[in-house]
Design a protein around this ligand. Structure first.
Ligand code: ZN
Length: 252
């Protein structure tokens, strides 16, 4: 298979360096770009992560929000008809846009669901990163047959696989896809910035530090070359790959 992949940037927000690099004391500003990704060329499009809602953008002070459904429309994909959406993890900025996908089945690692609907709620340091309403809706979606729980490495389509990484969250998964330029890895928040993976400098928002470090090794092994790694929040993605119009970055 030879898939085409787009990173779709739908919002951005300024934050501080110390939030995104382990034991980094600097409070200098870094800008996060928020993306979702879409894989084309198979029997149906596969969307990776849902983005977040306009309400989240207001609440969390993100600027330049464009509906993830609108970004998908610009590459010819209807969010309301997308059948399969792989979820990297359940942080608000990756899961809260699930309502844009009323017909989708959501692929999620079992440990991720268990952590965010269980233990995470016991601790303020974790509660901050997820919204209870969208997490509660997972129960309804699951009972409606719209959640596919997976464990470990899982084929999504031929040449397109989800891989358990953990580390940043209990059941974070990344995607690898065969493309004309080789195997591309979409890391989502297994590596927010290129600095995380390239300097083995993990984010400080974690559930398991050794898993996070092993995730870097897995991503490099899957991609085989650093120029096929697409990180989760780095504005640099638009420079390393081909930005065909504002916010639409052709990866392969
Ligand atoms: Zn994120």
């Amino acid at each position: 298979m030879s898939y085409q992949i787009y990173a779709l940037k739908y919002a951005e927000r300024d934050t501080k360096e110390c939030m995104f690099f382990f034991r980094e004391p600097s409070t200098d500003t870094v800008t996060l770009h928020f993306y979702l990704w879409v894989i084309l060329g198979g029997p149906h499009p596969v969307v990776f992560d849902t983005g977040f809602s306009e309400e989240d953008a207001r609440k969390r002070e993100a600027r330049g929000w464009v509906s993830p459904a609108e970004m998908l429309r610009r590459v010819g994909v209807r969010a309301d008809e997308a059948p399969e959406v792989v979820i990297s993890h359940l942080h608000w900025d990756h899961w809260d846009g699930y309502r844009f996908f009323p017909g989708a089945r959501f692929w999620l690692q079992r440990e991720e669901l268990e952590f965010w609907t269980g233990l995470a709620g016991q601790y303020p340091h974790y509660r901050f990163f997820a919204e209870p309403g969208p997490l509660a809706d997972l129960v309804t979606l699951n009972y409606a047959g719209r959640v596919k729980l997976v464990e470990g490495d899982t084929p999504v389509l031929p040449g397109l696989r989800a891989h358990f990484v953990g580390g940043h969250t209990a059941g974070l998964q990344v995607l690898s896809a065969e493309t004309a330029r080789g195997t591309v890895v979409l890391t989502s928040d297994a590596s927010h910035f290129y600095r995380n993976i390239e300097r083995r400098d993990p984010v400080q928002i974690i559930t398991n530090l050794p898993q996070m470090l092993r995730g870097f090794e897995l991503i490099d092994a899957l991609a085989g070359s650093p120029d096929r790694v697409v990180t989760g929040h780095d504005p640099e993605v638009a420079r390393r790959f081909d930005q065909v119009e504002p916010g639409i970055i052709r990866i392969a």
